[in-house]
Ligand binder design. Structure first.
Ligand SMILES: CC(C)(COP(=O)(O)OP(=O)(O)OC[C@H]1O[C@@H](n2cnc3c(N)ncnc32)[C@H](O)[C@@H]1OP(=O)(O)O)[C@@H](O)C(=O)NCCC(=O)NCCS
Length: 175
């Protein structure tokens, strides 16, 4: 199944190695990857391998990983690690090339992605987190209506630096 999610300014399309050059801009930028679980990439070939990995981790019936296009240029990625499909339990990740920060693109993409998720899984539980000093990401999760549940002390390690993780969910049963 080929899925394309359209928003006012963007298109969310499935991963394809043809986006490797655009995504090199994203994945070779330390400022983009420093609060994610990705490592810095240096070449188009490495990007192609990473794209293949996203494709392999994409569910065939329910595409859960997308490239964000602005005027046919890949400017970011968004999607869900599937935590447990049977229990309709999903994560949420997003990354945007630095040139495009601060223009509401991820808010727009994430809103549309969550709507797509909810259309297929009306009771979807979304569990997301952000490093406590990643203010933009925390602002996005709050704006999406997710509720903060707790802080996992030193839950994120990067370059031997331990940072707190702020945990969010839309699960109404979590207090
Ligand atoms: C986090 C990230 C995705 C934000 O994307 P973006 O398109 O610039 O975000 P938006 O423009 O939609 O902004 C969302 C909110 O964050 C706020 N915000 C943006 N940058 C901010 C900053 N540096 N500090 C505080 N708030 C900020 C915005 O004001 C906005 O809130 P508002 O609409 O109430 O004003 C982008 O910075 C990024 O790719 N960072 C690196 C990857 C990452 O950290 N991903 C999250 C972990 S998976």
């Amino acid at each position: 199944m080929i899925v394309i999610i359209k928003t006012e300014r963007l298109q969310l399309v499935e991963f394809d190695t043809k986006y490797a050059l655009d995504l090199l801009e994203l994945w070779s930028d330390f400022e983009v990857i420093k609060y994610t679980y990705m490592s810095l990439l240096n070449s188009i070939n490495e990007c192609k391998c990473k794209i293949e990995m996203f494709i392999n981790y994409t569910d065939e019936k329910f595409p859960n990983n997308f490239v964000i296009l602005l005027d046919n240029k890949a400017i970011g990625i968004i999607g869900s690690p599937i935590i447990n499909m049977e229990n309709e339990n999903f994560g949420l990740y997003y990354q945007l090339s630095r040139t495009y920060w601060g223009q509401g693109y991820i808010s727009e993409a994430a809103k549309a992605y969550i709507q797509y998720l909810k259309d297929v899984f009306p009771n979807a539980i979304i569990n997301a987190d952000a490093v406590s000093i990643n203010s933009a990401s925390i602002a996005i999760l709050k704006k999406l209506g997710l509720k903060q549940t707790h802080i996992e002390k030193e839950g994120f390690t990067f370059n031997n630096l331990k940072l707190d993780l702020v945990k969010f969910t839309n699960d109404v049963y979590v207090k």
